[in-house]
Design a protein around this ligand. Structure first.
Ligand code: CS2
Length: 495
C-alpha cells in the first residue's frame, strides 16, 4: 500500500499512524534541511506532541520542510508524493523494531525552484520558528576569523540578488525584512546542528550577512530575533534499501524514503524564543537556561567518539560503527580517548553521571541494528573535527594532559585524505568541502611531515605547538611506512 493521506486510516496498527487530524494543522515552523536527522528528531518530537496533547495548541506547530538546493529535489518529490508522511523505524540493540508514521510535516518547498515561496512562508504570520539542520559547513564561517565569510561567492550573489538567495542567511534576511515591513513579530531562528553554541553562531552569521546587505535591518534583528542554543542527539544512519524493503515486505507499505534511528533521543534547549514555542517539554525535551555543559559533553564525547571510530575504522577497513565496536582494540582505544583525554577537560554536568553517559554511548555505538556507515561519520570531517576533537587537544596541550589518542586520529585523517584508501588499498569514498586542500596538504607529508596540520583553515595555529607537532610527526611517519593503524592504536593505549 502506498503511504499517503488517503491510505492512513487503512494502515495496520504496527505502523502507528498519527492519531490526530492533520487537516487542522497549520505550519508554525519552517524547517530548512529535511534530512534524516530532522525527521528522526524535531519532527518526531512534534509528532509526539500532536499525539499527546489536545491539538488546539499543538496543531499550530506543524512543520513546513524546506530544501534550498538542487540536491534536495529528491526528498521534496518523495515527500510530496506521500503527502509529507514518512515512517520512522526505531531499532533497539536487542532486535526489537518499532515503526510509526510521522504526520507533523505538512508541506515541503524547494527554494531553488521558487525562492519567493520560501521567503513568503518564513514571513507568514503563522510562522513562529525557522529551524535549521544545514550541517556544520552550512554556516559559512571564515575559519581564520570565525566571522561570516564575506568572500563566499554565494554570499556575494545573495547580497546582489535579495529575491533569489542561495544561502539560508539570504532567505532569513529577506523574510525578516518582510516581517518588519508588515509589522509582524520576529521569528525565532533555531539551529539543530552539532555546533558549540549553535544559536549564538547562527546569530553571528545572520548578522554578518545582514550587515553586507541591509545595515538598517541589523538593529531590528539584534533586538527582536531569538536564537536559542540547543544540544540535539539521536543517531540516525543513512536510509538503506533494506529499510525500504523491510516496510514493503513486513508491513506491505510503500514508503520511498523512511528514516531509521536508535531509540535514544535527547534535546536540551535554552528557553529563549521570540514568538512562542511548542511545549516540547511535555514529550521529553528539556528546557534549560544554559545549555553549554550539555553541548560540550555531547560534542566532545559522542561526536568526537564517532570521528575517532570513523577515521581509524575507515583506515582499518571497517564499514560501520557497530563493526568497530565488535573489535576489543577499538573499544579499549575509545575508552582511553574518553577517559584519559576528553573527560578530564569537561566541566561537571548537572544531573548527568559522565561515567554512565560514556557507558551508554558505547552501548549505543554498538547497536548492531543501526548500521551507521563510517562514510557518513567521515563526511565533511574538515568542519566536524575543529568542533568535535581539536578543542580537547588544545585544552590538553594547555594543561599538560595526554594527547596520543586524538593525535593518532589526526594522523590517520592525513593518510586517509591523501590516499582515499584503507590500509589494504581498498578505495574509500571521501566527501569533504575541503577535500582538494586536504589532499594537497597531505601529499606533502613525505617532504614535510607537518604539512597536513599546517592547514590553517582546519587546524589554526596548532602546528606551532611543539608537543603536538612531535607526537603527530611520530604517528604520521609510522603510518606512512605501514598504514596498519592497529599497531599504533595498541601503542597509544599502552602509553
Ligand atoms: C555524527 C552525528 O555527523 C557525525 O559525525 O557524530 O551525526 C551523530 O550521529 C549525531 O550527532 C547523533 O546525535
Amino acid at each position: 500500500m502506498q503511504l499517503n493521506q488517503s491510505n492512513l486510516s487503512r494502515l495496520p496498527e504496527e505502523l502507528n499512524p498519527p492519531s490526530y487530524d492533520r487537516s487542522r494543522i497549520k505550519a508554525g515552523i519552517v524547517h530548512v534541511g529535511v534530512g534524516g536527522f530532522h525527521r528522526s528528531h524535531e519532527a518526531y518530537y512534534t509528532d509526539e506532541l500532536m499525539r499527546s496533547s489536545d491539538t488546539s495548541d499543538a496543531s499550530a506547530w506543524g512543520i513546513c520542510g524546506v530544501g534550498l538546493r538542487e540536491a534536495d529535489r529528491k526528498i521534496a518529490k518523495v515527500l510530496r508524493n506521500q503527502d509529507c508522511l514518512y515512517t520512522l523505524i526505531v531499532k533497539d540493540p536487542g532486535g526489537d523494531v518499532r515503526t510509526r508514521v510521522i504526520g507533523s510535516l505538512v508541506d515541503v518547498l524547494l527554494g531553488c525552484d521558487d525562492p519567493m515561496a520560501v521567503i513568503e512562508q518564513m514571513a507568514s504570520s503563522d510562522t513562529k520558528i525557522v529551524s535549521l539542520t544545514i550541517t556544520e559547513g552550512g554556516y559559512n564561517v571564515d575559519p581564520a576569523s570565525g566571522d561570516f565569510d564575506t568572500a563566499n561567492a554565494d554570499a556575494i550573489h545573495d547580497v546582489q540578488n535579495p529575491q533569489q538567495p542561495r544561502l539560508v542567511f539570504g532567505y532569513l534576511t529577506a523574510a525578516l525584512r518582510l516581517r518588519r515591513e508588515r509589522g509582524l513579530p520576529a521569528i525565532t531562528v533555531q539551529s539543530c546542528d552539532n555546533i558549540q553554541h549553535n544559536g549564538d553562531l547562527t546569530r553571528k552569521m545572520l548578522l554578518g550577512f545582514a550587515r553586507m546587505q541591509d545595515a538598517d535591518l541589523v538593529k531590528w534583528i539584534e533586538d527582536e530575533v531569538c536564537f536559542p542554543n540547543a544540544m540535539v542527539d539521536r543517531i540516525t544512519p543513512v536510509t538503506s534499501s533494506a529499510d525500504i524493503d523491510y516496510l514493503h515486505r513486513q508491513l506491505d507499505l510503500d514508503d520511498a524514503w523512511p528514516v531509521t534511528c536508535e531509540p535514544f533521543c535527547q534535546w536540551i534547549i535554552e528557553d529563549n524564543f521570540s514568538n512562542g514555542r511548542p511545549e516540547w517539554e511535555k514529550v521529553g525535551a528539556q528546557f534549560v537556561t544554559d545549555v553549554t555543559p550539555f553541548e560540550t559533553m555531547k560534542l566532545r564525547l559522542l561526536n568526537a567518539g564517532h570521528s575517532v571510530l570513523g577515521l581509524l575504522g575507515s583506515l582499518f577497513g571497517y564499514q560501520t560503527i557497530d563493526q568497530t565496536l565488535g573489535d576489543e582494540l577499538f573499544v579499549t582505544f575509545l575508552r582511553g580517548f574518553f577517559d584519559d583525554e576528553a573527560t578530564p577537560m569537561l566541566d561537571a554536568v548537572e544531573g548527568i553521571d559522565l561515567g554512565q553517559y560514556k557507558s551508554t554511548l558505547i552501548e549505543r555505538f554498538g547497536n548492531p541494528n543501526i548500521k551507521d556507515s563510517l562514510a557518513r561519520i567521515c563526511l565533511e570531517s574538515s568542519s566536524k573535527l575543529p568542533v568535535f576533537l581539536l578543542p580537547t587537544i588544545r585544552r590538553n596541550l594547555e594543561q599538560g594532559g595526554p594527547i596520543a589518542h586524538a593525535t593518532l586520529v589526526i594522523a590517520a585523517w592525513c593518510y586517509y585524505s591523501e590516499h582515499h584508501t584503507d590500509r589494504h588499498g581498498n578505495p574509500l569514498d571521501v566527501v569533504d568541502e575541503q577535500e582538494a586542500a586536504l589532499q594537497q596538504a597531505a601529499r606533502k607529508t613525505i617532504r614535510d611531515p607537518l604539512a597536513f596540520i599546517k592547514l590553517e583553515s582546519v587546524f589554526g595555529n596548532l602546528a606551532e605547538d611543539g608537543r603536538f607537532a612531535e607526537t603527530y610527526e611520530h604517528f604520521v611517519q609510522d603510518l606512512y611506512r605501514n598504514p596498519d593503524v592497529s599497531i599504533l592504536m595498541r601503542q597509544a593505549t599502552v602509553n
